[in-house]
Design a protein around this ligand. Structure first.
Ligand SMILES: [Fe+2]
Length: 271
């Protein structure tokens, strides 16, 4: 069974062409004969747009789509009255959203996933927790500070996702597991080598604890997004994949979503 992987589609940014993006992803799904599509978050800056796009994609491609929310998907930018919990739970209406629980792919394979959050472990030790909690450096405010209103500290949110994932991994430990987080599980996908600003900002990209979980439970594939790279590394028996479509402004020598999706689209095979 072939599985398609993509994240960080950002269909509602200025200059994005959602219909052409949809067309590109559907074409790639058909070209690769993919049975299940995994999207590791950041479809849009508005959870309602994200929901609509996921439904459209499933209908147009005729395949099951699995998803975890990204930080952008839960932002309150378009819903200032909503907390991050409300947008997060709003996204759980989508039946392929892994925040609802593990999804059996075959008799042997299962997908487990969630947004994940940050514990600053990828940031430089030169900063204190209080400095990271401010999420601001040289006048640049990390937007989760104001747009993801959880009512809990950043580290508490990381711990919430960590415990939730650990419990599910433990209950599926005899299966072959695909773990999906929006945030990064390994330092390899952070900005390296970091300049002065990224020594600080790498703190908001994920947590090494998700990577440790993946290795502890011998996860076969650990899929993430968030950082706008297309990279893969393997530790022990776990292949870590970060496969982002990115902002159109970041595409090299191309401005056509169909062409870029074709370039970015990644598949894995399970049996
Ligand atoms: Fe993100």
């Amino acid at each position: 069974m072939k599985i398609g992987i993509l994240s960080d589609i950002h269909v509602d940014l200025e200059g994005s062409d959602p219909q052409r993006l949809l067309q590109g992803i559907v074409a790639a799904i058909k070209e690769h004969n993919v049975a299940i599509m995994i999207i590791a978050g950041d479809v849009a800056n508005d959870f309602e747009v994200t929901l609509r796009f996921l439904h459209q994609l499933e209908a147009a491609a005729g395949v099951r789509c699995l998803f975890v929310p990204g930080n952008h998907d839960i932002w309150n930018e378009k819903h200032p009255d909503k907390t991050a919990w409300q947008t997060y739970h709003g996204l759980a209406k989508f039946t392929g959203n892994l925040v609802r629980g593990p999804v059996e792919l075959t008799d042997q394979w299962v997908a487990i996933g969630d947004l994940g959050w940050y514990d600053y472990s990828f940031g430089s030790p030169d900063y204190t927790i209080a400095e990271y909690d401010r999420m601001e450096i040289n006048g640049r405010l990390w937007q989760d500070k104001i747009k993801a209103v959880w009512g809990k500290s950043t580290i508490e949110m990381h711990q919430y996702f960590y415990r939730k994932l650990e419990k599910q991994l433990d209950s599926c430990k005899h299966k072959s597991i695909i773990l999906v987080t929006h945030v990064l599980p390994v330092i390899d996908f952070t900005v390296q080598p970091p300049d002065k600003m990224w020594h600080y900002l790498n703190a908001f990209l994920g947590s090494q604890q998700y990577g440790e979980l993946a290795l502890k439970y011998a996860v076969k594939y650990s899929i993430s997004g968030h950082v706008h790279y297309r990279r893969q590394v393997k530790y022990e028996n776990t292949t870590f994949i970060c496969n982002c479509l990115n902002y159109a402004s970041q595409w090299i020598d191309n401005d056509d979503p169909v062409v870029e999706v074709k370039k970015a689209f990644k598949t894995i095979e399970i049996n």
